[in-house]
Design a protein around this ligand. Structure first.
Ligand SMILES: Cc1cc2nc3c(=O)[nH]c(=O)nc-3n(C[C@H](O)[C@H](O)[C@H](O)COP(=O)(O)OP(=O)(O)OC[C@H]3O[C@@H](n4cnc5c(N)ncnc54)[C@H](O)[C@@H]3O)c2cc1C
Length: 396
């Protein structure tokens, strides 16, 4: 079995793992990224994920500071306005950006983010990206953590676990976590439509769960948006397994979307994702830190999951920069705990907020309706409070 030595071993080559490698590469560490799936590294579509990610303005600022935004900018559609429609209580909210010269967020295809990250990492001499490598055990020597996969043994000073919500690293090390199943699936549909979206994102609360319409870049000069609809698994499965030209699906989509974007003219992709949330008891273990979905996953109701992961990337980058400058030991307990303390509260807060938002908007008893209607009215009247909500969503 081939043996490799490095400073940092990043497990998982998803959005978080790849971005972590990109940000840390400029600090001069020797990095190995291992990804379970076999990925063709010069492929334009390295992932089957057809989702889009809403990148908040605050996250964009971080990506800009890392010199990454310039590679993504051309593929990002700005969100200029967010309209919230609560159909369970017949109320509306309209959020505009209080700051000129910035947007509320940006919609980018996940496949684009991944392919641009891989392209940029391929140019870095200190990053070795190994695909088809499924980590299956971890051991320790005095100064290093040793991982073994089907084809490699890797000695490093620190493992950065970015291996998603079902993290193998977490399983092997026995780090505890709390998990919540929503017993729902998210239906994700990218589609062409009749009217321009005018860079408006819609969040529509239905009794069955939230439905978001997100403005995408035009393709072949056609208006395009993404739908993310949380619903009962049986309904989502039925739609997701149907033929894309199915008349019934188009009719059903038109019923939900016509008022916002006109008729659906073509369905480009359909995928579904089971919905759950979790948070690790802590974001570290022996010579290991957890980032992104390996540390926490949240309901996609507010499109904040990866934005939260990005804040982990920011924290670990800052800490490793400081460690390099001051020649501090990386992977020590105090190192890992410092990372944990920088990220944990933020993640726990967002986990709770998104969970409670989903809960409250599904309630349609009269007192809940009354409470929601009164809440929407109060927010609409209070400019300062409204601005605070917008800034929170923008991550600034
Ligand atoms: C429907 C939906 C919509 C969403 N929309 C948004 C949004 O608009 N904005 C937003 O901020 N967030 C959004 N999110 C959340 C966002 O998608 C996730 O937070 C993000 O994809 C997590 O990326 P990650 O790299 O941490 O984990 P993952 O994407 O799960 O990547 C983990 C990687 O690790 C690899 N791996 C697993 N095990 C091993 C192993 N043993 N060895 C090696 N590699 C391994 C996997 O193959 C995978 O490539 C959404 C989520 C859903 C479900």
């Amino acid at each position: 079995m081939k043996e490799l030595n490095c400073d940092l071993h990043i497990v998982g080559g998803g959005l978080t793992g790849l971005l972590t490698a990109y940000c840390l590469s400029s600090l001069g560490y020797k990095i190995v990224v291992t990804e379970r799936e076999k990925i063709k590294l010069n492929n334009k579509k390295p992932t089957t994920d057809t989702r889009t990610t809403a990148i908040a303005e605050g996250s964009k600022a971080f990506l800009e500071s890392q010199g990454f935004w310039k590679f993504i900018k051309a593929f990002a559609e700005p969100i200029k306005n967010i309209k919230v429609v609560d159909k369970t209580a017949n109320s509306n909210l309209d959020f505009k950006n209080p700051i000129t010269k910035s947007n509320l967020g940006y919609i980018v295809k996940n496949s684009k983010l991944i392919s641009v990250l891989i392209k940029q990492l391929n140019k870095k001499n200190n990053v070795n990206f190994i695909t088809g490598s499924n980590l299956n055990s971890i051991s320790y020597s005095n100064s290093s953590i040793i991982s073994s996969s089907n084809n490699k043994k890797i000695n490093s000073k620190l493992i950065i676990a970015a291996d998603g919500k079902n993290s193998t690293v977490r399983k092997i090390l026995g780090t505890n976590f709390f998990k919540k199943n929503y017993n729902e699936k998210a239906l994700v549909i990218n589609f062409f439509h009749e009217w321009p979206h005018n860079n408006i994102a819609y969040e529509i609360f239905l009794k069955t769960g939230p439905l978001a319409i997100l403005p995408m870049l035009k393709e072949r000069n056609k208006n395009q948006s993404a739908l993310i609809w949380s619903n009962k698994p049986e309904i989502v499965d039925k739609i997701a397994s149907s033929d894309l030209d199915n008349k019934y699906i188009k009719e059903m989509l038109n019923e939900q979307l016509y008022q916002q974007v006109g008729s659906v003219t073509n369905i480009n992709s359909v995928q579904s994702f089971p919905l759950s949330a979790h948070i690790n008891e802590r974001f570290y273990d022996n010579k290991t830190v957890y980032v992104g979905d390996a540390a926490h996953s949240i309901h996609p109701i507010a499109g904040q999951g990866w934005n939260l992961g990005l804040r982990d990337v920011k924290s670990i980058t800052k800490l490793l920069k400081k460690s390099k400058e001051r020649k501090l030991e990386i992977g020590s307990k105090s190192f890992c705990k410092t990372y944990n303390d920088a990220c944990y509260y933020d993640a726990y807060r967002l986990y709770e907020i998104t969970d409670k938002l989903d809960w409250i908007f599904k309630k349609d008893q009269f007192y809940f309706k009354f409470f929601k209607k009164a809440g929407f009215k109060a927010i609409n009247k209070n400019k300062i409070f409204k601005e605070k909500i917008v800034k929170f969503a923008m991550g600034i």
